[in-house]
Ligand binder design. Structure first.
Ligand code: S3P
Length: 432
């Protein structure tokens, strides 16, 4: 549905907020809870469409998953207790569901077919298919080669050593979960460290991992995973919109509570510091093996451009659309490089970001592996083609806060993929 955003350029955003639970952790809590023995109770689960798709897939494989008094209760069936799916598994828009679940499906004694929406059917799957085939699973394509929909024929898997070409937590997690079903340990060597929630949660559930270095891990097969109580910390990728809003809107002062600041996710904090943004972390603590803090941001008129590239990219890949908005506000040049992965997200995020900000009057240029932004110019309202990409809709809702005129989103509803209630929370801060 099209939406014209409220434009209130004077708004100073003040207050204490919480954003929904982390998407990556929510997916993994359902997956590990399903293949563990006993009950897993999940607090602050993200009720976004992507994570609901994961729940639906495991229900189809015979796992009882209920929502009781705002807790998700998963009755685990054990490593070998999943049943042949009752129908096609539908991952909808969720790359994380598809890729990680493929690792589990690869180790089953049955066949399963998985599909998704039009956007997901275009996204690359070879990155998970190749290692899983090496381990012994077979894939049969119902449409285009190496794309959804496909059927996974599970098998008795072999342990392997694998070096994925891209730093991808989805690929790493698929291999780690398949490795639970293998005949000997599996080792993964990454080109740069991707988010490590799977490793932390696997250890929390009782799996045995060896961390040879930040980029090399091994895992033993056939652990007895035990159900756990998981509290999902708030998603830094969702907090990022309000961090940037607070930095760019005059007079703002926002405290975002209970945010996951796992270093493999928190690259945006380093970037904000590099750009001279006023940001601090308060109340640092550990929640279910994850680092958590309250993030405090204040209006920062003296922000400057920076260069973002190399190993930091996987730690902020989903935040790049809103970082580009921040760069358009900051004075001087920001270079984002080594981020070709943006091209294969829910939209080609190099194009969607560059086209949208160009239409708003920013000086921005696409490059092969990122973009170059010359910030500090006045932005203007424009109609934004979101390509139904939730992160594009939210990033441009934040750009709207500092532009003359209004941003019109061609599709506003897609935010419910990862952040149900996004517009209401933004309106509450604006009207405070
Ligand atoms: C995710 C990993 C990232 C990220 C995605 C969620 C995960 O993708 O962009 O939104 O939960 O593992 P890649 O692993 O493909 O980089």
């Amino acid at each position: 549905m099209e939406k014209t955003l409220i434009n209130n350029i004077q708004s100073n955003l003040k207050g204490e907020i919480t954003v929904p639970g982390d998407k990556s952790i929510s997916h993994r809590a359902i997956m590990l809870g399903s293949i563990a023995y006993g009950v897993t109770e999940i607090d602050n689960f993200l009720m976004g469409e992507d994570c609901l798709a994961t729940i639906d897939c495991f229900r189809k494989m015979g796992v009882k998953i209920e929502n009781k008094n705002s807790k998700i209760i998963v009755e685990g069936v054990g490593l070998n207790g999943l049943k042949e799916p009752d129908g096609i598994l539908d991952a909808k828009n969720s790359g994380t569901t598809t890729r990680i679940i493929s690792g589990i499906l690869a180790g089953q004694k049955f066949k399963s077919t998985i599909t998704g929406d039009d956007s997901l059917k275009k996204r690359p799957m070879k990155r998970v298919i190749s290692p899983l085939e090496k381990m012994g699973a077979k894939f049969l394509y119902l449409g285009e080669e190496e794309r959804l929909p496909f059927t996974v024929q599970g098998a008795q898997l072999k342990g392997i050593t694998y070096r994925p070409k891209v730093a991808s937590a989805q690929v790493k997690s698929a291999i780690l979960l398949a490795a639970l079903y293998a005949d000997c340990p599996t080792t993964i060597v990454e080109v740069a460290q991707s988010r490590n929630h799977s490793e932390l949660m696997l250890e929390y559930f009782g799996a045995q991992l060896k961390h040879h270095s930040k980029t090399e891990i091994s895992i033993r097969p056939n652990p007895r995973l035990m159900g756990q109580h998981i509290t999902v910390s708030a998603d830094i990728s969702s907090a990022a919109y309000f961090m940037v809003a607070g930095l760019i809107c005059e007079g703002s002062d926002i405290l975002i509570k209970n945010v996951n600041i796992n270093p493999t996710r928190a690259g945006i904090i380093n970037v904000i510091q590099d750009m001279n943004g006023i940001i601090s972390l308060e109340n640092l603590r550990d929640v279910c093996n994850e680092d958590v803090a309250d993030i405090h941001v204040k209006y920062s008129p003296d922000m400057t451009g920076t260069t973002i590239g190399g190993d930091i990219i996987p730690t902020l890949i989903d935040e790049i659309p809103v970082i580009a908005v921040l760069a358009a506000f900051a004075h001087g040049k920001t270079i984002i490089k080594d981020a070709e992965e943006l091209k294969v997200k829910e939209s080609n995020r190099i194009d969607t970001v560059v086209n949208g900000l160009t239409d708003m009057g920013a000086t921005i240029k696409a490059t092969n592996d990122g973009m170059v932004i010359n910030g500090g110019e006045q932005l203007f309202g424009a109609k934004i083609a979101t390509q139904k990409d939730h992160r594009i809709a939210m990033a441009f809702s934040i750009a709207n806060l500092i532009c003359k005129g209004s941003v019109i989103l061609d599709d506003a509803n897609c935010v419910s993929i990862s952040f149900p209630g996004f517009y209401d929370l933004l309106d509450t801060l604006i009207n405070n």
